[in-house]
Each structure stands twice: as C-alpha cells, then as structure tokens.
Ligand binder design. Structure first.
Ligand SMILES: CC(=O)SCCNC(=O)CCNC(=O)[C@H](O)C(C)(C)COP(=O)(O)OP(=O)(O)OC[C@H]1O[C@@H](n2cnc3c(N)ncnc32)[C@H](O)[C@@H]1OP(=O)(O)O
Ligand SMILES: O=C([O-])CC(=O)C(=O)O
Ligand SMILES: [Mg+2]
Length: 292
C-alpha cells in the first residue's frame, strides 16, 4: 500500500517554538516553510532553524518536507543546499510553472547530493502549482522527474493570479483541482489539495475536505494542528462502507471459486474495479481507522 499522506502541516520555519514541538501533533507529514510564511529579514535564520530541527531524533520518525524558496530568488539555492545536507525527505518547490522548473531543481538537488555524499535520488520532490501557467503545464510538470511524489495546488497564489477570491464552494478552483488531479493520476503520482486558510472555521474546513476527497485527492496541506483530526476523520471510511467492502470481497471470492468474473450483490454488479475499490476501502480503514 502506498504511504499515507492525508495531512501535511505547514510550520513556519522562523518560529522556533513551533519547530521544536510540531511532531507532537502527528500529521502524516510536516512541511517546514522557508517561503511565504517567513519574512525577508528572517530567511537566513529560518534556514538555520529548520536545518537544526531536521537533526532532532523525533523528526526521524515522521516524513519531513521543506518548502524552499523558488530557485530564481536570492534564497532558493541556499535553501536546497542546506535541506539536502540536513537529510530532508522531500523538497517542495513552490510556484512551479513548467517542467523546466522541476528539471532545474532536480539538477541542483543532484549536485548537492553528490557533494555531501547523500545517496543520489534519495531526496524526493513535490511541486506546488500556484498559477494559470502551472495549471496549463500540469501534465508535463507531473511527469518531469522520477523524484516527484506528488503535485499540489497552492490556491492562495492561484486565485491572485486569476484575479479572484476563494469562495466557500470553491467554484473558482474547480478547473485547477481537476487538472492537477488528472495530471497526477496520469503520471502515477499523488495529488494534494491546498490549505484552508481560516483555522477557526471548522465547518468550512470539513466541507472543503469532503469536496476534495470526493474529487479523488490523496490529502491536503494544513495550516493548523486543529485541522489534522478533522481531515483524518473525513478520509476514514464509515462503518457502512467497511461493511459493504467486506461483503464485496466475500462475494468476489465466492465468484472466483465458481470461475465467474462478475456476480450480483443485492442487485448491484460486483466486478474487477468494484472489487479493487473495496480492497482499497479496507486498506484505508486499516491504516486510518473508521470514521467517528
Ligand atoms: C498561503 C500559504 O503560503 S500557507 C503556508 C504558510 N503559512 C503557515 O505556515 C501558517 C501556519 N499556521 C500558523 O502560523 C498558525 O496556525 C495561525 C497563524 C494560522 C493561527 O495561529 P493561532 O491562532 O495562534 O493558532 P492556535 O491558537 O490554534 O495555536 C494553538 C497551538 O498550536 C500551535 N500551532 C499553531 N499552528 C501551528 C503550526 N502550523 N505548526 C505547529 N504548531 C502550530 C501554536 O503554537 C499553539 O501552541 P501552544 O498551545 O503550545 O502555544
Ligand atoms: O500551497 C498552499 O496550499 C499554500 C500556498 O502557498 C498558496 O495557497 O498559495
Ligand atoms: Mg503560495
């Protein structure tokens, strides 16, 4: 089963207190940020703080991602150099507009891996798409590197580029979400949704989480620890879904014994894709529990 990456919690890289204890919240991944949550005057301090945080033993047990600054900024190359040396699991490239952005990042990561003796190819990548250009190029971006574990939407920058605002229904994000999802699936990698920026609006967050789960996303970037359990609960199957999946597997096993590829379960057809989805529900229930 592929690794669970439902929740990825952003932690501002310049906040020493948050960096020292963010592992206690147990998201699927921690995403230390060196980009937009860090003031220009704090960029060097944040890089140093995150470098040291990555040495802490508690961060060895959880997947770590660092969102670096773009390579064409004054900080991007320094960020990548420090984070690869620190042994980060995944580098998140923000504002990815083209496959060339990925290739450039890949070249740079490889250079640092070689110079510090880290195994070549061991640093994985994630690309955030945050512009109309990025959405148009999503299929090429998603296929640009074997290091890519997934692509993500960055909606706050994206709506700025579109010249609109985010709405509760997210109609303005529908095209980008579907494009990113299609591109990710066609490339065989994960698709991650963007942050929900109001940490106090629980109802709005759950509504958005249900929406992106229904579209097919693997997970979502988070800004606040209170969003973690809410998201995991949305992603956990319900008792009814688990019960139904068990019945489907049972019916499929009986059918296989009789040499049948398709059978009926209370009038509903059970065949290969339905059986595969039922297995996936059971795997998800095992990994994430059952919905509360
Ligand atoms: C568009 C973009 O680029 S989004 C990505 C960049 N943005 C970020 O990284 C922002 C991350 N989030 C935050 O900084 C904060 O959650 C805010 C500013 C949104 C809200 O702050 P608050 O209202 O103070 O949060 P809240 O009251 O829920 O904090 C409760 C506890 O959780 C901690 N906490 C809050 N957010 C985080 C976080 N993202 N990571 C780790 N710990 C956190 C707080 O330090 C506090 O800890 P304490 O009880 O030990 O003091
Ligand atoms: O990647 C994210 O979800 C956060 C972000 O930078 C954006 O929305 O612009
Ligand atoms: Mg952004």
């Amino acid at each position: 089963m592929s690794k669970l990456r439902r929740s990825m919690l952003f932690v501002p890289g310049s906040n020493a207190a948050m960096l020292s204890n963010s592992f206690i919240y147990r998201p699927d991944a921690l995403m230390f940020d060196l980009e937009d949550s860090v003031a220009v005057t704090e960029k060097d301090t944040a890089r140093l703080l995150v470098f040291h945080a990555l040495q802490l033993p508690m961060y060895r047990e959880i997947e770590t991602v660092v969102r670096v600054n773009p390579l064409n900024s004054a900080y991007g190359k320094l960020d990548v150099e420090a984070m690869v040396r620190a042994g980060v699991d995944v580098i998140r490239l923000p504002k990815t507009d083209s496959a060339e952005d990925i290739l450039e990042m890949e070249r740079h990561i490889l250079e640092v891996e070689r110079s510090c003796g880290r195994k070549e190819g061991s640093t994985r990548m994630m690309a955030a798409i945050e512009s109309a250009m990025g959405v148009i190029n999503a299929p090429e971006i998603a296929k640009a590197s074997p290091r890519l574990i997934g692509i993500a939407l960055g909606a706050e920058d994206y709506v700025r580029d579109l010249r609109t605002e985010r709405s509760p229904e997210g109609i303005e994000l529908m095209f980008a979400r579907c494009s990113i999802l299609q591109a990710a699936r066609a490339a065989g990698i994960a698709a991650f949704d963007t942050v929900y920026s109001n940490a106090n609006n629980e109802e709005g967050f759950i509504h958005e989480a249900e929406h992106i789960k229904q579209l097919g996303f693997d997970g979502k970037s988070l800004i606040n620890p209170r969003q973690i359990d809410l998201l995991h609960n949305v992603f956990a199957p319900t008792r009814k879904e688990v019960g139904n999946a068990r019945l489907i597997i049972e019916a499929a096993e009986n059918a296989a014994q009789q040499g049948l590829g398709v059978v009926s379960l209370n009038g509903k057809m059970v065949d290969a894709p339905i059986i595969e989805r039922a297995r996936w529900v059971l795997q998800r229930a095992e990994a994430s529990g059952i919905r509360q």
